[in-house]
Ligand binder design. Structure first.
Ligand code: PGA
Length: 251
């Protein structure tokens, strides 16, 4: 399985920045095409920049376009929201759901994430469902309980290995420069794989990404851990050099 190198641009940059970043990534891959033998690339810009990035990625096969969220409703009076169908219409093949920042700042529950995922799957999107414990939950030794409950509650019955990717992102490692140690990542990814086994026949083919302060300097050790099938990258995905630098560590 190729590693999925996914950029979550979060709420950063203006239109011109998004355009340049996408173009720089495409050019970087073009110069080092061997990267495509080992990795798939995904970028998830802020929704208002999806149009410009889509334009930049026209006729480009090497980089997939995705979004950072979608609505739990099909359409209607939901001011500010974007439906899965709209993402489909704008060529977003993937959508990140249940990111810890949305769980925290928008009080998204597992049930809401699952509802979003159902509509995303119905529209043919691939969902990246995010899970991860807080620092306090880890200190209390509850990380597996938390992640297990998030998986059970956020993954609807429509999840298959083809339409779903899991991203394990310990909340305390996101944007903090702190990375989970290799052993913690190994243990949690093995746990997630076991949980997937309980409910999916093709559980081995479902990608599990690690996310949380991934950068070129730590990518090699993280991406070689068993059951780590790629990275969900925030800060370092805002520089084409760093983003592709992570992919260059995949051997
Ligand atoms: P980070 O973010 O790489 O900046 O820690 C990862 C994420 O939140 O997806």
């Amino acid at each position: 399985m190729k590693k999925l190198i996914a950029g979550n641009w979060k709420m950063n940059g203006l239109r011109i920045d998004a355009q340049e970043l996408a173009a720089d990534i495409v050019n970087g891959i073009y110069k080092d095409e061997a990267l495509l033998e080992r990795c798939n690339f995904l970028v998830c810009p802020p929704s208002i920049h999806i149009g410009v990035v889509r334009h930049t990625l026209q006729n480009v096969d090497s980089v997939i376009l995705g979004a950072q969220d979608c609505s739990a409703h099909e359409n209607g009076a939901y001011t500010g929201d974007i439906s899965a169908q709209m993402l489909s219409d704008s060529s977003c093949a993937y959508v990140i759901l249940g990111h810890s920042e949305r769980r925290q700042y928008h009080e998204e529950s597992n049930e809401l994430v699952a509802q979003k995922a159902i509509l995303a799957h119905e529209s043919g999107r691939v969902t990246i469902i995010c899970v991860g414990e807080s620092e306090q939950e880890r200190e209390e030794g509850r990380e597996k309980d938390v992640v297990g409950a998030q998986l059970a509650g956020s993954m609807p019955g429509s999840c298959t290995a083809k339409n779903t990717v899991i991203a394990y992102e310990p909340v305390w490692a996101i944007g903090t420069g702190k990375t989970a140690c290799v052993e913690d990542v190994r243990v949690m990814h093995a746990f997630i794989r076991e949980k997937l086994k309980e409910r999916l026949e093709d559980y081995k083919n479902m990608r599990i990404l690690y996310g949380g302060s991934m950068k070129p300097a730590n990518a090699k050790e993280l991406l070689t851990v068993e059951n780590v099938d790629g990275g969900l990258i925030g800060g370092a995905s805002l520089s084409a050099e760093q983003f592709l630098g992570i992919a260059k560590e995949v051997h």
